[in-house]
Design a binder for this molecule. Structure first.
Ligand code: GLN
Ligand code: ZN
Length: 764
């Protein structure tokens, strides 16, 4: 009998209940009890729905009110000192670590966040040192296992494995210079032993232990730690399903096959080629294989025939009892259910599966493999065959004009007319910015009024003309504010944009939109990625009228704002029938036209944001070159058409790019702004080491938190930065866009930023 399994489920709730409850709690409008209750209701509904869909192995414990890695840190007492002794409840300590806290005399910034592998999900980085005193403060996984059991759903608890937990962590400031978080493994294992043995005592038969680090190159150096840890854990634990995802195991399979685990999960959507090697390695062991055949990262309907073929290979090698059919990863990265989509056409609806539909998919595939005679199963199999055939037929159509244009791209289209040194002089005259120019990353607070106006437009309660008037007023407000506070290079504030990707997708051909397909980005922040379904082109200019309007109400230079091709691609659900490179080239050509139209309209600085360029990097080094070649090329294709006088900007979030630095250099943007306030100086040393000579704006404060940075704090930051980056290359800006912030903290923070820039002009 082949079992089905889902590795994790979205946390938001079908109607965004959890997001709303968490935000209401933060606003002081909901009690802790009511928040817990709202979360419990969503968990219950997820568990029951998965059971109803026929899933055998249902996950529990992976739910979170903010982030599951943070859940581990909080439960393990890996709580940095600055969050202790503040008189906060455990829940508030947890949120303070996630998002900082500035209230009632308490003022602590948030912990650092990082991208979860190559996804747009951010986790809160564990801060560890020799002093970290691991103990199990509470067993959240056990509590949720019991919560599910109480309503009659037997689940398989999920924990992040000890090695991945430590390797994802970073050395705290107080750690000694050579401290490596992995050195804490012997101290951490007792906590895991306790956690797992409590699960076992409560009756859990098996446990899913996630060790995604095993798909990375660095997994190879951790073989001894894996052997040591799992030999300790296996005897006290429920049966362990060692779970990997997002990439292939490569040679790591050699030591993994020797671990005392009951099962191994592999991702066959991302890395189908690994099946043969993995089967060969575990054939003579008792290890069960869990096959990730239904994508946890994309929303296309699974091709049952292809999945069944994979599974049959595994069954032939190991026997049906040693095969599980599963989602490739947690379904955290997919929206809850297609049932919430009322506006898709019948044709589109037939292409997609969201989390709940995917659950039904794994159940059906497993049932087919188990020889089910249920007529519903054969009907589902037949229906899938028809859907897949229809989609293949649609995929065979293309936009010939777009394809021809891509084929005609020539190498000179990637390069600016003159080198940076020449451009810098021309731009200095043209833009006339002071030393230490101040600017922002683009968006200003997306207020309730803005969202309401947009919603009204959507419902037809106001006309397009009324909405446009409203947007103009907003732009004027933002421009006047920037003039008043003393910023140098202005922006229009992006009030017209619902989201930096969706906004562009809506104006390009080839995209499909959803109403409710929210996916978690960080904390309570969710995005609704558009879906690329066919060739992309730009029928008409997308941003020119708003940027021109903003320029018309100010004599200061205005910066035009676009989202870059790689980011639009990474933050959409991409097609899976053509390479990502082709999709990015098509986007780049559309953006190139937009950039040139902005220039023609008198916009002298144009920012093309690529916050997702690092996140799209393949997880294994051997795959990097190919990606970086097209990713950098397509960015350049979108920007390089302008004259020397036009200043191109780009922006990156979570700029963990020390290791891809030559590619950042190759982008050749005149100015780049980077997320920096929570990183250490190592990144800037990289700029120095590579002799980076274009301009750079290392973010001087963290916008992911409502906390206001003081002028003195920003000056301190500038001083350390100036010790590394030459003053004539510096821009001064926040970390990222301000759309998630309120006006109050925005005004105060930017005033302090401008004051710090004035200090720099006078003193540095
Ligand atoms: N221009 C965008 C903004 O300011 C950039 C956002 C981002 O980097 N994620 O919101
Ligand atoms: Zn950013």
């Amino acid at each position: 009998m082949v079992l089905s399994s889902v590795l994790g489920f979205p946390r938001i709730g079908a109607n965004r209940e959890v997001k709303k409850a968490v935000e209401a709690y933060w606003a002081g409008k909901l009690s802790a009890e009511d928040l817990i209750k709202a979360a419990a209701d969503v968990k219950k509904s997820s568990w029951t729905s998965l059971k109803e869909r026929g899933v055998d192995l249902i996950p529990s414990g992976e739910f979170s009110l903010y982030d599951h890695v943070l859940d581990h840190s909080a439960a393990f007492n890996a709580i940095p000192k600055r969050y202790q002794g503040l008189g906060l409840s455990a829940l508030d300590v947890f949120f303070a670590m996630g998002r900082g806290r500035q209230a009632d005399g308490v003022d602590v910034p948030a912990c650092e966040m990082k991208k979860w592998f190559d996804s747009n999900y951010h986790f809160v980085v564990p801060e560890l040192s020799e002093e970290t005193d691991f103990k199990l403060l509470y067993n959240k996984v056990l509590a949720e296992y019991k919560e599910a059991k109480e309503i009659g759903v037997v689940t398989r608890p999920v924990v992040l494995g000890p090695i991945s937990y430590l390797v994802l962590g970073k050395a705290a400031k107080e750690a000694s210079p050579n401290f490596q978080p992995i050195s804490l493994l012997p101290k951490l294992l007792p906590v895991y032993k306790q956690l797992l043995s409590e699960l076992k005592a409560a009756g859990a038969e098996s446990v899913q232990i996630d060790e995604p680090i095993l798909v990375l190159d660095k997994g190879a150096e951790l073989d001894k730690q894996y052997a040591f840890a799992y030999a300790e854990l296996a005897p006290v634990s429920p049966k362990i399903m060692l779970t990997t995802y997002f990439n292939r195991l490569d040679s790591n399979i050699n030591f993994i096959a020797k671990l005392p685990v009951a099962g191994l999960h592999i991702d066959l959507v991302r890395a189908p080629q690994q099946l043969g090697e993995v089967l060969a390695a575990i054939k003579s062991t008792p290890i069960v294989i869990s096959l990730g055949v239904v994508s946890g990262r994309n929303i296309w309907k699974a091709d049952f025939a292809a999945a069944i073929k994979f599974a049959q290979t595994a069954i032939a090698a190991l026997g049906a009892d040693r095969v599980v059919v599963a989602t490739s990863s947690s379904l955290l990265h997919t929206p809850v259910t297609l049932a919430s989509e009322k506006k898709l056409t019948e044709q589109q609806r037939d292409w997609f599966s969201f989390a709940l539909e995917k659950a039904a998919e794994v159940a059906t595939i497993a049932a087919v493999l188990s020889g089910s005679q249920d007529p519903k199963v054969s009907a589902a199999l037949e229906a899938n065959k028809i859907s897949i055939a229809k989609r293949r037929e649609f995929e065979s159509t293309s936009d010939d004009a777009v394809r021809k244009r891509v084929a005609a791209i020539t190498p000179d289209m990637y390069d600016r007319k003159s080198p940076f040194a020449v451009r810098k002089e021309v731009q200095a005259k043209h833009l006339n910015l002071p030393r230490f120019p101040t600017t922002t990353i683009g968006s200003f607070p997306q207020t309730k009024e803005i969202r309401t106006a947009r919603a009204k437009l959507g419902k037809g309660e106001i006309s397009q003309a009324e909405y446009d008037e409203f947007i103009k007023k907003e732009i004027e407000l933002v421009v006047k504010f920037q003039e008043k506070v003393g910023l140098d290079l202005l922006v229009h504030g992006e009030p017209e944009r619902n989201d930096m990707v969706q906004y562009f997708g809506e104006q390009l051909t080839g995209f499909v939109f959803t109403q409710n397909a929210w996916v978690q980005s960080y904390g309570s922040r969710y995005v609704r990625p558009p879906i690329i379904v066919s060739d992309v082109s730009r029928p008409t200019p997308m941003t020119v009228r708003w940027s021109s309007y903003a320029q018309s109400v100010s004599s200061k230079p205005m910066k035009g704002m676009l989202s870059g091709p790689v980011t639009i691609l990474n933050w959409s659900f991409p097609r899976d029938d053509v390479p990502r490179k082709l999709q990015s080239q098509q986007l780049a050509l559309a953006l190139r036209d937009e950039v040139l139209d902005l220039e023609k309209a008198g916009i002298s600085a144009i920012q093309v944001d690529e916050p997702a360029i690092r996140e799209g990097l393949p997880l294994r080094r051997s795959d990097w070159d190919e990606y970086l070649q097209w990713a950098v090329d397509t960015f350049k294709l979108s920007t390089a058409g302008v004259t020397d006088a036009t200043q191109t900007h780009s922006h990156f979030c979570y700029s963990d790019f020390g290791d891809i630095f030559p590619s950042i250099q190759r982008l050749d943007a005149d100015v780049i702004s980077i997320e920096f306030s929570k990183s250490d100086m190592k990144l800037l040393h990289t700029f120095k080491q590579y002799g980076y000579s274009n301009q750079i704006g290392p973010g001087v404060y963290d916008i992911h938190s409502p906390r206001i940075p003081s002028e003195a704090e920003i000056i301190e930051r500038l001083k350390t930065t100036l010790a590394i980056i030459p003053d004539h290359l510096m821009f001064i800006n926040p970390d990222c866009g301000l759309k998630t912030r309120g006006w109050k903290e925005t005004e105060a923070s930017l005033a302090n930023l401008v004051a710090a820039a004035r200090w720099a002009r006078a003193n540095a």
